[in-house]
Design a protein. Structure first.
Length: 154
């Protein structure tokens, strides 16, 4: 093999290796920033990761919003009309946050089953509900309807 051809081959191998390393780094960064959505039923069933952050959404349960002693920490329950999960958030809640409202929280699950939120997002008008929350509520409703039909058929 001639020297010029050998140089071209090394250059091509170097470029392919560089592109491969760049792609691997990009995919790794994407994977680390990936955040999945779970409903309260999935969290209660143990399907949500405890070591990684994820999104949790549902409706804020009526009468569940409590301010803790430090003044900035709020504890409330979120439901998908089947199961309920407690959320603890330290910070200022969105203006649209209230009981009965659809919310999505970003954070991690503690060992005691309480979800510690880093961020809480509330829906922005009366007709809008985050798609993940709407799908979780629909699935929970469908499950309840199917169970009621089974029980009435027995």
């Amino acid at each position: 093999m001639k020297a010029a051809r050998k140089k071209r081959l090394y250059l091509i191998l170097l470029i392919v290796t560089g592109v491969g390393v760049a792609a691997a780094l990009a995919l790794n960064a994407f994977n680390q920033n990936l955040m999945f959505f779970y409903s309260p039923s999935e969290v209660s069933a143990g399907k949500a990761p405890s070591a990684y952050p994820f999104r949790l959404g549902g409706l804020v349960t009526d009468g569940s919003v409590k301010r803790l002693a430090n003044g900035l920490t709020t504890r409330f329950d979120v439901t998908d009309m089947d199961k309920t999960v407690s959320i603890e958030y330290t910070g200022i809640l969105p203006d649209l946050f209230r009981e009965g409202q659809g919310i999505v929280a970003h954070g991690k699950l503690r060992a005691d089953g309480v979800f510690v939120a880093d961020e809480v997002l509330a829906k922005h008008d009366e007709k809008y509900m985050p798609p993940e929350v709407a799908a979780a509520l629909k699935a929970s409703h469908d499950k309840g309807v199917a169970e009621a039909a089974r029980e009435s058929g027995s």
